[in-house]
Design a protein around this ligand. Sequence first.
Ligand code: C2E
Ligand code: MG
Ligand code: MG
Ligand code: MG
Length: 288
Amino acid sequence: YTAKARRTGYTIFDHSQDSTDPRRLTLAGDLRRGIDQGQLLLYYQPKVDARTGAVLGAEALVRWRHPEYGLIPPDDFIPLAEHTGLIGPLTRFVLAEALRQARAWRDAGHELGVAVNVSAHGLLDLALPVEIAALLEHCGVPARLLTVEITETAIMTDPERALRVVRELHTLGVRLSIDDFGTGYSSLAYLKNLPVQELKIDRSFVSGMTTSDRDAVIVRSTVDLGHNLGLRVVAEGVEDDATWRQLDAAGCDALQGYHISRPVAADEFGTWLAGWDRTAAAGPVTAA
Ligand code: C2E
Ligand code: MG
Ligand code: MG
Ligand code: MG
């Protein structure tokens, strides 16, 4: 299990790492069927411009509507998918669905980017760039509207191979973002060679920045580091207006967080977007 899954503590899928554990086998079977039977769905969380509040795009976050357990968050089944070879089909579903949605937004007059999380397995999959190219073509979405979010930990699993995949994605014109920045064990020596365009500061630093000077220093330094490397800097986990203001003052480019919107289903996202645009059009944006 990943450090991230461990941090979330007890989950219903956290029984065992033993691949022969019958409960785990049942759940892996459930997930395999779930993927085939369309039980996975995407929620979307907006990314907005820190200065103007303009909506830049949305991050796609997968959920599993389990027939018995209800809506299951990704931290509870991504590790299972990683350990059972189901992450490949899962990633393909997420990419296809997110790009279909980006196309639908575009057709509705919203030129919004969409970001997809790709875990270590995907990043080491040399077939991924070709598949993404085919999906972009199929959906008629320009590559620049797709951002692939990767983590430092995934990169460090096999830096040489990750670099190959990342370079090919970059050649396609796909944007790359380093997610949860500051929590992994990456080396700046690797990062400086990666053709990424965005750093996302982990919410563990963002959520503490209005009360902890140390967190505030880390956030400001990360914004400067990112800018000095020519990257856009996004803050995740913005939960109140004070944090928004402080991030804007620090020069952070874009924001995500519950204060702007929780991740919501696609149809709710449309409703949110209409409301947010009206607010923005009415005058200076203060957070909803
Ligand atoms: P992440 O990519 O870092 O996504 C951010 C997580 O923080 C999301 O949790 C989001 O709901 C949550 N979040 C956003 N704003 C706030 C806030 O203001 N406060 C708090 N407390 N939380 C906030 P979620 O949707 O449960 O996803 C968790 C993780 O699961 C993601 O972290 C990502 O690593 C992974 N994940 C999600 N979807 C996928 C996917 O399609 N594929 C893969 N491989 N991983 C995914
Ligand atoms: Mg992410
Ligand atoms: Mg993140
Ligand atoms: Mg995070």
